[in-house]
Design a protein around this ligand. Structure first.
Ligand SMILES: [Zn+2]
Ligand SMILES: [Zn+2]
Length: 396
């Protein structure tokens, strides 16, 4: 079967791999009908993610038709159409029992974070869904979101796998309430859905900060007030517009940020990156092709523009290999911070209902619909932000 496989930094190819088989009685084999490239796939593509090894099939945003079920799968059956969350959760450990789906204690043997599809050994080494077929473990839990017949097109619901719930999670963990002013850093797909979700929760004003105009024009269409940080200082504008009260802040960027005020002159001092030791240590990046110029650019902007006593929301991905942190500023303003992988299952049913009833249209973020065979080209386009790429999906 065709699979999009990681060979090394900036090198992903369509390879012919054996079709996956049921390995456990709770597995299913899913025939993928639609899948997408995520911004966080670019961290893998750049070779800056710990535990990334050649041979891994990428892709954690996908949906399809159940082709085969293991003997202990009772929630779904052959022929069901399902959207799969990127988190892999067992459904029975303490974390899963408490709805903390992104921190399942059993699905990832390799580290302290919950497992995910197509996302390196550090999140369990599971093959992903940018392929014709994928094995979905713990299917009673993971594969339980069935798509109703009223949804005719995959792209209406595909983003329930990650970016739509992740955007909503961004608004939820900073606790956007009616009348709040919100700043969403990054106008990529997660930023787009964080803007949409902030308005859904009753925000008065939502500011969208980026420097890519095609992306800002999409968040502007949602009603956001846009700030291009190539032209304006976002912190000054946010302070002025809110009469110094500050905003609720959502980081929809993560550690590969770009900006114009690096606190260290752009020279990152990540000595722990080059000192990687031990082939089985999945927490280190063994051979990065570059180091992020200032991995905490967005955190600095957020600390400077946040409303006092507020909670910084960080759905954007960070990697411990690049840690640096503005702790003093946070202490002074008595800020809290909430972050991490979105527990997709917490939100996807409610968001599906909003799609079903026409309150959310998730399709406008799509800029390219391509064939899986074109995936290497698609990664290049998406990485370089060519052709005004905002979101690329593959239909199989
Ligand atoms: Zn994603
Ligand atoms: Zn679990």
């Amino acid at each position: 079967m065709k699979s999009l496989v990681y060979h090394g930094p900036m090198d992903v190819r369509i390879d012919d791999k054996p079709k996956p088989m049921i390995q456990d009685k709770e597995d299913i084999i899913l025939k993928v009908t639609a899948t997408a490239i995520c911004g966080s796939d670019l961290h893998l593509y750049h070779g800056v993610t710990p535990g990334m090894e050649p041979g891994q099939t990428l892709g954690h945003e996908f949906m399809g038709i159940v082709e085969e079920v293991g003997s202990h799968v009772y929630e779904i059956r052959e022929g069901d159409r399902v959207v799969i969350p990127f988190n892999i959760s067992c459904g029975r450990c303490w974390y899963c029992n408490n709805g903390l789906w992104s921190q399942c204690n059993r699905s990832n043997p390799n580290g302290e974070i919950g497992a995910a599809f197509g996302y390196s050994q550090s999140t369990g080494g599971y093959d992903g869904g940018q392929a014709e077929y994928v094995r979905v473990p713990f299917a009673n839990t993971v594969a339980s979101l069935k798509v109703p017949d009223s949804i005719s097109k995959d792209e209406q619901v595909l983003f329930l796998s990650d970016i739509l719930p992740t955007g909503y999670f961004g608004a939820d963990i900073t606790n956007v309430q009616p009348g709040d002013d919100v700043a969403v850093f990054g106008a990529g797909p997660v930023g787009y859905f964080a803007v949409m979700s902030s308005f859904l929760r009753g925000a008065a004003r939502v500011f969208s900060i980026d420097h890519l105009e095609p992306r800002l024009s999409k968040t502007k269409d949602l009603g956001a007030e846009i700030i291009n940080f190539d032209k304006e200082n976002p912190v000054e504008i946010l302070r002025k517009e809110t009469k110094e009260n500050g905003v609720l802040c959502i980081d929809a960027v993560g550690f590969e940020s770009v900006g114009h005020t690096p606190s260290d002159g752009g020279n990152s001092n990540n000595s722990n990156i080059s000192n990687s030791s031990g082939v089985h240590d999945h927490s280190k990046v063994s051979d990065p092709i570059y180091e992020p110029a200032n991995p905490i650019q967005v955190l600095e902007w957020m600390c400077q523009s946040a409303r006092k006593y507020s909670t910084l929301s960080v759905p954007g991905a960070y990697v411990s290999a690049y840690d640096k942190f503005p702790f003093g500023q946070m202490w002074n303003k008595e800020l809290s911070i909430k972050m991490g992988q979105c527990p997709v299952k917490k939100y996807n049913e409610a968001l599906l209902h909003l799609i079903e009833t026409g309150r959310i249209d998730a399709t406008k973020i799509i800029s390219h619909t391509m064939k899986l065979e074109e995936a290497s080209k698609a990664y290049e386009i998406f990485d370089k932000k060519e052709e005004d790429a905002t979101k690329i999906i593959f239909k199989l």
